[in-house]
Design a protein. Structure first.
Length: 216
């Protein structure tokens, strides 16, 4: 796709996040790998006001094009692309339930087999660091190596995939799982989880499961 088409896809993804209840206001950001860098949403701009010309190009060295300011989170987007060269997109939001679990600062264990959409058997939570800092991008770089979805402590969710549709799908699934997890925690009872052997079977099945089939 050309730049204009990719920029339109980024905006459509942002609007879809809001429509799906996965984000609010100007929170969150979206990027797509492009040439020797990425295209990313601009800083502090309401999604409904964005145009294709609003989307910012940032190269792999962190230099952005003149006259535009990228999202303040641009560093951790580049960190994802560095850690996962097979992935092409990054979606970040402050989804209600994911953000709530992130405040607890703990991973979501294998409470349901759909956690396998992340490519692993749990949803990690990386430590807190101020948004837009090198420290946060370092935490993201490490965490995203092991899962297509990670929680950022006291912050929100990041997902990565090969396409925006898939990354958004993962974000929606993880938000549902986070809601289940909070409801289970509220019971005060021990939470049953699937064991490693059970999750390994699901992870293997997901290699040929619908939209999650890996593209060759």
């Amino acid at each position: 796709m050309n730049r204009k088409q990719l920029s339109r896809q980024i905006i459509d993804t942002c609007l879809a996040m809001t429509r799906m209840g996965l984000n609010q206001g100007t929170a969150g950001n979206v990027s797509v790998r492009y040439q020797d860098g990425m295209l990313i949403t601009p800083t502090g701009t309401p999604y409904e006001e964005m145009t294709e010309d609003s989307i910012v190009y940032v190269d792999n060295n962190g230099k952005h094009e003149d006259g535009k300011l990228p999202s303040s989170e641009w560093q951790f987007h580049l960190a994802v692309y560095e850690a996962r060269p097979e992935m092409n997109v990054v979606v970040h939001n402050h989804a209600l339930n994911c953000a709530a679990v992130s405040i607890l600062g703990e991973k979501i264990p294998a409470i349901h087999y759909m956690i396998a959409v992340t490519g692993t058997d749990h949803i990690p939570c990386v430590p807190y660091a101020t948004f837009g800092t090198h420290q946060l991008s370092d935490y993201v770089r490490e965490g995203i190596k092991h899962s297509k979805a990670i929680l950022l402590a006291h912050h929100g969710l990041i997902t990565t995939e090969k396409t925006l549709d898939k990354a958004l799908h993962i974000a929606q699934e993880v938000e549902v799982i986070a809601e289940w997890y909070l409801k289970l925690l509220a019971t005060g009872k021990p939470i049953p989880t699937l064991n490693k052997e059970q999750m390994d079977i699901v992870l293997e099945k997901f290699k040929s499961y619908g939209s999650w089939v890996e593209e060759k």
